[in-house]
Design a binder for this molecule. Structure first.
Ligand code: ATP
Length: 340
């Protein structure tokens, strides 16, 4: 549905050159909620703006619905952009105008009839649950309500793609949850494909199906959210995952572990989905000559499944520890040894 192929973008300023995108390729399929995560300056905004050609590439192509946007005339591009809505971090609304006027804007620009505009505005305000604010001024709204107006405006032209530029970064945690739930609803019930950029792994966890991690203009890791959360490869991805799934031994317990004089093995275990139901820890503790201590545990909901992370200390000789590791391997549990 969206395909970037070998896209590069270099900005030249009086302070020097910046390679904002370096040979970036990306495939977003219909129905995806695709999240791009990275630190400030990684190139996320530049990538997002390629998809509606607010930025043009120095090299590579940008295809949307099978059409190469980089080869389009300005007129064709304007038509294509109606199929791509955009939601902004700072809402980008006309503060002195009404909700109706803001939401109607894309249709007014297109020259739609008053009857059609009225019908469509009412439809989208219902979706974002702001019917009662139709005639309110934007200034009278909370941040969360403003973002709902921003989403409604992006949906008026019935786009098949929604681009979200840090849509929840200016909102408090509770409002963030409600906006993320709304985006998920837009994806599920209206079939809108979403490409979003964020620096919060929590956003990826809550609504994305796929994720790409960006660093210095490159995509360094990508995949299904469940896979990336379970087996993050790159250090930057591990850092992002750690902000949601803590995988470190808590400081007070570390001292106890380091003071242990008996032979021990420290393991980080990851269980996904059905594996969670197995009574593994009970089985481990039945191994003769083995003492099992839990040093940490996290359970996170992820894509309608659960990811559990356990930090365990196995105290015992080589044979009981080997049996324990065998048991974990047979159960398909991901295990990783950690240093004390
Ligand atoms: N119009 C521009 N002119 C010059 N440099 C730019 C321009 N736009 C972006 N850059 C630079 O390109 C790099 C990537 O910027 P970009 O905004 O895409 O990153 P980002 O990951 O979205 O960052 P943030 O999260 O801070 O928005 C940065 O070094 C930025 O300073």
């Amino acid at each position: 549905m969206i395909t970037l192929d070998g896209v590069s973008k270099r900005y030249v300023t009086k302070n020097g050159t910046v390679d904002a995108l370096v040979d970036v390729s990306l495939d977003v399929d219909q129905g995806d909620v695709y999240g791009i995560i990275g630190f400030s300056g990684a190139g996320k905004s530049t990538l997002l703006r390629m998809v509606n050609q607010l930025e043009t590439p120095d090299a590579g192509t940008v295809n949307v619905n099978g059409q190469d946007l980089t080869a389009m005339s300005p007129r064709e591009l304007r038509r294509q952009r109606r199929d791509i809505g955009m939601v902004f971090q700072q809402f980008n609304l006309l503060e002195t105008k009404t909700v109706y006027r803001n939401v109607a804007m894309p249709l007014l620009i297109q020259g739609a009839s008053k009857a059609e505009i009225d019908r469509r505005v009412d439809e989208v305000l219902k979706i974002v649950e702001l019917e009662d604010k139709r005639n309110a001024s934007i200034r009278q709204l909370s941040g969360g309500q403003k973002q709902r107006v921003g989403i409604a405006r992006a949906l008026t032209t019935q786009p098949s793609i929604l681009l979200c530029d840090e849509a929840t970064s200016a909102l408090d945690p509770k409002t963030t949850e409600s906006i993320l739930a709304l985006l998920k609803k837009v994806n599920r019930e209206m079939g809108v494909t979403i490409l979003l950029i964020t620096h919060q792994m929590h956003v990826i966890q809550r609504i994305c199906t796929k994720v790409a991690v960006m660093e210095a203009g490159r995509i360094v890791e990508r995949g299904n959210v469940l896979d990336v959360f379970t087996r993050p490869r790159e250090p930057i991805t591990q850092d992002f995952v750690r902000t949601v799934v803590n995988d470190q031994i808590p400081e007070p317990l570390l001292e106890m572990v380091q003071a242990e004089t008996r032979p021990q093995e420290l393991l980080r275990l990851r269980f996904v989905g059905d594996t969670v139901r197995q009574p593994l820890l009970a089985s481990l503790s039945r191994i003769e000559g083995l003492e099992v201590n839990i040093l940490g545990a996290t359970v996170e909901e992820l894509q309608e499944s659960v990811l559990c992370l356990f930090l365990v200390q196995l105290i015992g000789g080589p044979e009981p520890v080997r049996r324990a590791e065998q048991l974990l391997d047979d159960a398909g549990i991901l295990r990783e040894r950690i240093a004390a």
